[in-house]
Design a protein around this ligand. Sequence first.
Ligand code: NDP
Length: 492
Amino acid sequence: MENFKMYIDGEFVETASGKSFDSYNPFTGKVWAQVAEGGAEDVDRAVKAAHRAFTEGAWPELTASQRGMLVHRLGDLVARDAKKLAEFEVMDNGKLIAEMQGQLNYVPQWYYYYGGLADKIEGAVIPLDKKGYFNFTRHEPLGVVAAITAWNSPLLLLAWKLAPALAAGCTVVVKPSEFTSASTLEFVKLVKEAGFPDGVVNVVTGFGKDVGVPLTTHPLVKKIAFTGSDGTGRAINEAAAKTFKRVTLELGGKSPNIVFDDANLEDAVNGAVSGIFAATGQTCIAGSRLLLQESIHDQFMDKLLALAKTARMGDPMSMETQVGPITTQPQYDKVLSYIDIAKTEGAKLALGGGPATRPECGEGWFVEPTVFTDVTNTMRIAQEEVFGPVLSVIKFKDEEEAANIANDVRFGLGSGVWTHDIGRAIRMSERIQAGTVWVNTYRAVSYMSPFGGYKDSGLGRESGIESIYEYLQTKSVWINTGAKTGNPFVLR
Ligand code: NDP
C-alpha cells in the first residue's frame, strides 16, 4: 500500500489532524493508496508558506530569465520521468497507458513554452498626450495562486496552471482531486529537484469542502485557477467575488460534433468515435452531441457503430486497450443513471446501454460504449454533461439548423465541423459559440493555442501567450519630467 503525504514549504508533511483517506484503482475497484486528508489548518499553513515565498527569500530576487530556466528545468524532469508519472495516472484514475504516455511526453512543452516566455513579458512606454510626463507599464505577479484540478487529467491540467503561474513569478498551492492525488504528489518531488525555493509550490490533498473551500476563501490567495464542474466553478466564483480574487474557470461542456454531407465520412467517423469514446468520454471536450445531416444519417451510423463495436476494453495498463474504466464509483453511477434517463426520454439505444460485463473488465467500473439515436436537443441527454462514453446523435437539415442546435445549450467549450466546403467551415466557425472550433479534426490541443470556454464552460483562457497575463497585473508608472504642478483641485 502506497502512502502519500502533503507537500508544504519544501517538505512532505502529515496533516494537522493526522487523518488520511483511501484512493482506489478504478480497474480493480480496490484501495491502492492512502492519501493525507488535509483541512483548514493545513491550507493556512500552505498558503502562508506560499505567501512567504512570494514576498521574501530567493524567489522574488530571481530575474525573469532565472525563473524561466527553473520552469524549463522542471519540464526536463517531467520528460525524464514521463513513463513513471504516466503509470501513476493510470493506477489512480484508470486512464489508458497508451494515452497517458503520449500526454506525459507532451506535458513538458507547457513548461518549456512558459519557461521561455518568462523573460519576454514587457511593459510599454505610453506615448502620452500630456507634456512633461514619462509613463510606462509593468506587469507584476499577482501573488499566491490556488490551483485546483479535476480528476480526469491531473498533471496536464496542473501544467496548464503551474507553468504560466511560475513563469509570471507567482507562488502556488495545489489542490488535486480527492480521487487522483497521487500523481501530483509524485510530480512535486520534481519541483524540489528542479531547485525551486521552498514554499513556491505546495500541495494540500483532501476533500473539496475541507481543502477547496478554505483555500479559495483564504485572504492571502489572490487568484484561483480552477478546472472542474460548472457547479463547483460557480460556487468558487461567488466566493472569490467577496475578496476580489481573480479567477480562471475551465468547466464542463456538451460539445457538438457536426458532420455535413460533403465531409470525408471515414475521417468524420474516426473523429466522432475519438470525440466520445477516447478517454472513456471523461473529457471536458467530449463531442457528446453528434449532429448528422439527414441525408447521410443512416450511412454514417452504420460506419460509426461498426467501428465503435470494435473498441477493446480492459486493463488500462495494456497498450492494446482502447476504452478503460470510469475513474470513480460516483461517476460510474452517474453515467449509468444518464443512460436510464435517455431511455425514459425516448432516445433510441443503438449500442451498449449499461455496465460492461466482459471478462476483461474484471471488477472495474466499466460502462459499454453507448450510442443513442433519435435524440432531440431538448432532452436532458443532449443538454447535460454526462462525462462518460455516451453519445447522443441528433439529425439536422441544413447549416442554419445545425448552428442553432449547436448553440442551443448552456455550455460552449469545444465543437467540431466536418465539411469540405471552406466557406461553410468559416461560416460555422464564426457562428458556433464555443472556445474551440475544430474543422475536419477533433480533440487537438497545444500549449501554444488558447483553450477555454464560452458561456457556462468557463472564464479566461489557458495555454498560449495570453494565459500568462491571467497571473499578472498591470501597473502604470507616471514620472514628472518637468510638468508644473498647477491648480491642485483639478485632474492632471
Ligand atoms: P468537481 O467540480 O467536482 O471538482 C473539481 C475540483 O474542485 C476537485 O479538486 C474538487 O475536490 C474541488 N472542489 C470541490 N468542491 C469544491 C469547493 N466548494 N471549493 C473548492 N474546490 C472544490 O469536478 P470533477 O473533479 O468531477 O471534474 C469533472 C468536471 O471537470 C467536468 O465537468 C469536466 O467537464 C470538467 N473539466 C473541465 C476541463 C476544462 O479544461 N474545461 C478539463 C477537465 C475537466 P474533490 O475532488 O475533493 O471534490
